[in-house]
Design a protein around this ligand. Structure first.
Ligand code: ZN
Length: 323
C-alpha cells in the first residue's frame, strides 16, 4: 500500500451555502459537498453543521484532515480564531470562538480568514497568480471585495480589512453605499448595480434583446444575460456594461498606480460578462495609469471562478506562514 498524501479541509462559509472540500496541498480535490447555511439557526447550529460536513468528507476519503482553512464573510481575529463581525448573518456572532470550537470537534488546527482574502490566496497559489509576487484580486459579485498580495504575502492590515477595494470612491457624488460612503466602486460595478440598470432599460423598452432573453422578467436580469443582450444588438445595454466597466477600470487604475502589481485578477459573477468588460477595463487602465508602462500589468479573468474560496481554504490550511 502506497503512502497516502496528507489531506486538508476547506470551508467557504456563505450567507446561503456552506461549501466544503478536502484536497492535498497541491490538489486534486478528493471530496466536496455543499449544504444550506441556515444562518437563522444561529452560530452554534451553523458551526455544528460545518463540523459534521467536514467529518462526513473525512469518512468518505478515509482520512482525517491535517488542518482546516475557512473563509468567513466578515472580519475575524486570526490569532484567536474569534469572529469579530459577520454583517449578513443573524444572531450574535461577535466574539464567537469559531476556530477553537471547530478545532475541538475536528481534532486539527483551524485557521479563519475573511472570505475574499481567502479567495485571493486561492488565486495566488492555484490560479492565475502562481509564480506571481505582486497580485491584486477583485471579487465582483453581490458586493465588490478584494485582496492584495505584495512580495508574495497577503496584506491584511491590523484588522484584516486591508484590500476592501470595492469601497474606494470612484464617483464623488455617486450613489449611497451600504458602508455609508457615496460613490464606492461597489455602487457602480457590483452585480446588483449593473443588473439594476439592465432592469431600467428593460422596463423602459430600450432593450429588445434583453426582453427576449429574460421573457420580460426583471428578476431574470443578470450581468451575464445583459452581456448576451449586448452581443445580440442591444446598444443601450452595451453602453450600460461599458459604463460600469469604465468605473471598474478607474478602480483598477487607482490600485495599479498605488501598488504596481504584475497581475490583476477579476473574479465573481460580473467577470462572466467576458471580453466586453475586460477590454474596457484594460483600455481604461492604459489611459489612466501614466507614471509607468501599464502594458506590463496583466489584467485577467479568474480561472478558478467560484472555486477560488475553496482552494484558498486549502492553501490556508496546508501552507504555514502564507499569511
Ligand atoms: Zn462602500
Amino acid at each position: 500500500m502506497g503512502l497516502m498524501p496528507a489531506l486538508f479541509a476547506s470551508v467557504d462559509l456563505g450567507g446561503t451555502n456552506i461549501a466544503c472540500a478536502m484536497a492535498g496541498a497541491d490538489g486534486p480535490i478528493a471530496a466536496e459537498r455543499t449544504v444550506p447555511t441556515a444562518s437563522q439557526e444561529g452560530p452554534a447550529a451553523v458551526l455544528e453543521r460545518i463540523a459534521a460536513l467536514v467529518l462526513e468528507l473525512a469518512a468518505e476519503t478515509g482520512q482525517a484532515p491535517e488542518g482546516l482553512g475557512m473563509g468567513v464573510p466578515g472580519l475575524v481575529d486570526r490569532a484567536s480564531g474569534t469572529v469579530r463581525f459577520l454583517p449578513n448573518f443573524p444572531g450574535q456572532w461577535r466574539g464567537v470562538p469559531a476556530g477553537e470550537a471547530l478545532a475541538a470537534r475536528l481534532g486539527c488546527p483551524v485557521r479563519l480568514l475573511n472570505d475574499v482574502r481567502t479567495a485571493t490566496l486561492g488565486e495566488l497559489v492555484y490560479g492565475r497568480g502562481r509564480d506571481m509576487a505582486d497580485m491584486v484580486f477583485f471579487a465582483l459579485g453581490t458586493g465588490v471585495g478584494g485582496g492584495i498580495v505584495l512580495d508574495g504575502k497577503l496584506r491584511l492590515g491590523p484588522l484584516g480589512a486591508a484590500g476592501e477595494l470595492g469601497h474606494q470612491t470612484v464617483a464623488p457624488d455617486g450613489p449611497l453605499c451600504g458602508c455609508g460612503n457615496r460613490g464606492c466602486l461597489e455602487t457602480l460595478a457590483s452585480g446588483p448595480a449593473i443588473a439594476a440598470e439592465g432592469v431600467r432599460l428593460l422596463l423602459s423598452g430600450q432593450a429588445p434583446a434583453l426582453q427576449r432573453l429574460t421573457a420580460g422578467r426583471p428578476g431574470a436580469v443578470t450581468p451575464r444575460e445583459m452581456a448576451a443582450a449586448a452581443e445580440a444588438g442591444d446598444a443601450a445595454v452595451r453602453e450600460a456594461i461599458l459604463r460600469a466597466a469604465g468605473y471598474l477600470g478607474i478602480g483598477v487604475a487607482n490600485v495599479v498606480t498605488a501598488l504596481h502589481p504584475q497581475l490583476v485578477v477579476l473574479g465573481g459573477g460580473v467577470a462572466a460578462i467576458g471580453p466586453l468588460l475586460l477590454d474596457e477595463v484594460r483600455s481604461t487602465v492604459r489611459r489612466r495609469v501614466r507614471m509607468f508602462p501599464a502594458e506590463s500589468v496583466c489584467i485577467e479573468r479568474s480561472t478558478l471562478g467560484e472555486k477560488a474560496g475553496i482552494w484558498g481554504g486549502i492553501a490556508l490550511a496546508a501552507r504555514n506562514g502564507i499569511v
